[in-house]
Design a protein around this ligand. Sequence first.
Ligand SMILES: Nc1nc2c(ncn2[C@@H]2O[C@H](COP(=O)(O)OP(=O)(O)OP(=O)(O)O)[C@@H](O)[C@H]2O)c(=O)[nH]1
Ligand SMILES: [Mg+2]
Length: 403
Amino acid sequence: MLEKKEATYEKVILVGLITQEQPEEKTKEYMDELEFLAYTAGAETIGRFTQKTDKPDPKYFVGSGKLSEIKEFALKNNIDTIIFDDELTPSQLKNIEKFTDKKIIDRTNLILDIFAQRAQTSYARTQVELAQYEYLLPRLTRMWTHLERQRGGIGMRGPGETEIETDRRIIRDRITLLKKKLEKIDKQMATQRKNRGQLVRVALVGYTNVGKSTLMNVLSKSDVFAEDKLFATLDTTVRKVVVGNLPFLLTDTVGFIRKLPTQLIESFKSTLDEVREADLIVHVVDISHPSFEDHIASVNETLKDIGSLDKPTIIAFNKIDQFKHIEKEEDDLTEKLQENYSLEELQKMWVARTEDETIFISAQKGTNIDELKRLLYEEVKKIHEVRFPYNNFLFDYYEFQEE
Ligand SMILES: Nc1nc2c(ncn2[C@@H]2O[C@H](COP(=O)(O)OP(=O)(O)OP(=O)(O)O)[C@@H](O)[C@H]2O)c(=O)[nH]1
Ligand SMILES: [Mg+2]
């Protein structure tokens, strides 16, 4: 008889801060995101704790009173893991663990763990492994003992197992090795990209889970993995797409997230090079998400980091089928909330706000995809005209035809 495999969800507690810059409402959204991250990693959230404070406590992140409360809750509910919505310093990590005697995961470690679970190709695995080691090195005393590793589960799926005394040196060597390996692959990838010739390159970028892969599938009629979890895509997919008579290369890339660990940005250099070398960016946004404006800002932040913010961009507001608009009461004197805007109003606002082209679509339902193709055609054509100035006649006689 086949053994029935039950999914075992690790029970966790989430901890976040409410500060001047991060008011209660924001923190709630961030905690929702953290819960989604935890769920993606294989955890079930049992409790959430937040604390109002000016800045994180240098010793325990939250105050010791709050931490006692959390510890008590964990004991009562038989919970072994506590997840913090920020990167903890190595000493905070150590102190909190000592205080609570629980497994402590911070936001960075959680994201690294998801990446480790999701990495498919040896290239992605090498990238994640490097990021994990770099995270690990300054935190070695805490998590590298055999005892710690035996606890297993989220955040413990680190690369390999070694004894603590020699670990630091071994890990440094390993980092050097991985860097060399990546350098070699990066070179190969760069050559590969060069060999793709002069075709115009379009990159789909956006926050995680906004529908990039779904859109990739719609536009290129391919079958890229898409699902309702975070970071479904780690490996870049490139497809040749023809719109009208214009061919171009379309790239689906890893999703961005608020506070994307720097270790990951570094080790995913080649993946991000796809974005860096793109001629045109399609910035996909999930307009049905309450924090979509924050998401846009995070993505732009990362784009800025990799020097790609000033590229020609189309902002594709996706999931309009899921967009909910709550009519504001007429006599309401309070400020209009995000949710009170209609799609039309948002459309007008964004057209006024940005110099980029904007379009509102549903990749899943196929709404406005022809419009998006038309826009892509126009933008790719502009790039074509600059790149092949003597070849323009090709397109002069062309009229866009719906498929
Ligand atoms: N309602 C609705 N859902 C959509 C739409 N487009 C995509 N989705 C869903 O959103 C989820 C995420 O889609 P993906 O295409 O995997 O998103 P992604 O941006 O590639 O995500 P990562 O690779 O994880 O960063 C899936 O469950 C899709 O079915 C849409 O237009 N409307
Ligand atoms: Mg994807």
